[in-house]
Design a protein around this ligand. Sequence first.
Ligand code: NAD
Length: 471
Amino acid sequence: MTEGMTDLAIVGAGPGGYAAAFRAADLGLDVTLVDEAPHPGGVCLYHGCIPSKALLHVAQVIDQARHAEAWGVRFGSPTFDIPALQAWKAGVVERLTSGLGQLSRQRKVRYVKGCASIVDPHRLSVRGADSDQIIRFDHAILATGSSPAIPASLLLESDRVMDSTKALELSDVPARLLVVGGGYIGLELGTVYAALGSRVSIVEMTDGLLPGADRDLVTPVAKRMADLAEAIWTGTTVARLGVAGEGIVVDLEGKAAESSGQVFDRVLVAVGRRPNSKIAGLHNTRVQVDSSGFVQVDGQRRTAEPSIFAVGDLVGEPMLAHKASHEGRLAVEVIHGSKGVFEPLAIPAVVFTHPEIAWCGLTEMEAKVGGRAVKVVKFPWGASGRAATLDQVDGMTKLVVDCESEQVLGVGIVGAGAGELIAEGVLAVEMGATASDLTMTIHPHPTLSETLMESAEVFFGQSTHYLGKAR
Ligand code: NAD
């Protein structure tokens, strides 16, 4: 067994781990990054954000081609070459992960392919394919991410029951797909499979899709999903899955219990994720794990073991790649001597459905629950010229503004490209911008970005294209 020394060892090369490794190398630290995958990237690049967005792009093209008839263009029904589609998606993943491998080498980050366990607060043991090694470190960052949670009622020995990783392989297009969970993954992958021709049914435990998200934003997506899906069963859970010949039979509990007994070709389980905190040897340190499995960290992302930091899905919600990267870079800067703290005013969330939903900062519901005096303004995209040209008039841009300071506290958007547009909202909230700052900023015409400016104009009852008022 070989033994080596490093300033910083990082376990897990997803968006938290690789962002930390690259920042540390840029700051002059000697860095060792450990992961079982051939290149950095983690779940986000190999089995999550990137492959799903590649497929959602295809779904969007199909959706637009279908709608084009209303604009005087007829494409006919699409035909699918699934191996070519898989190859295209795999090519995107390969391009990005090998690019990260190259960036890692250029920065002289030592990438060790293998499975790490913790020996003590200053040593890791890594089991590689060919050899094992001990890595001595001054500091370590744990960035092991999360995995799909599968409740006992949904455990079934059948390759027809898929988690998101399996569903992204797109090994076939099932005639009937049951999606369990109407959250981020259920809606995104449900959209993909429906576009490719599956008859999709969605079971959601709560009374509406995307629980927790603003209802004004969810409504247009729920309407579109209702058109796309064969059935949406809210207030319902799956009591039992069973094998029935070539399919999976489903027993439902709750509002849609009478729909039990239906047979599906495949089932996608997307009911949340759990932190990967069962790290071998963690008990050899003082690192604490809470009852939900999250590693406990302070504002600087330091665990109870002073040499060990933790970031990303492993330390808490929201389980989002961009939050993990931000935390990873912060932890490195703290290790390098900075006094930074993790206290963002806004972490953007984007659900890449058609249309997209994005929000950041304070929501209307949070303001209400917290008793905060705010005004809520809504700018319907029916009043946007750009939305009309895109045939996307069911969108909306919404601001939550502090009554006294007129500061923008939260932004929500539903509509085409909401995930791109929200960045202006995040900047506004982080910079403490007021509604006047948005109105006085000249936005390009005709673009959807004008809806942010005009929603701020609604706050003053002066929107050029809409006569609505703040409330
Ligand atoms: P989620 O928390 O977004 O949604 C899970 C849904 O399943 C919820 O609506 C919940 O009410 C429902 N549910 C739970 N138990 C159920 C049951 N037994 N039967 C029926 N419904 C049930 O979780 P997810 O979709 O699995 O995604 C996991 C996490 O991954 C997300 O929270 C998010 O942080 C991340 N993610 C982000 C993106 C993105 O940024 N676009 C995309 C995918 C995943």
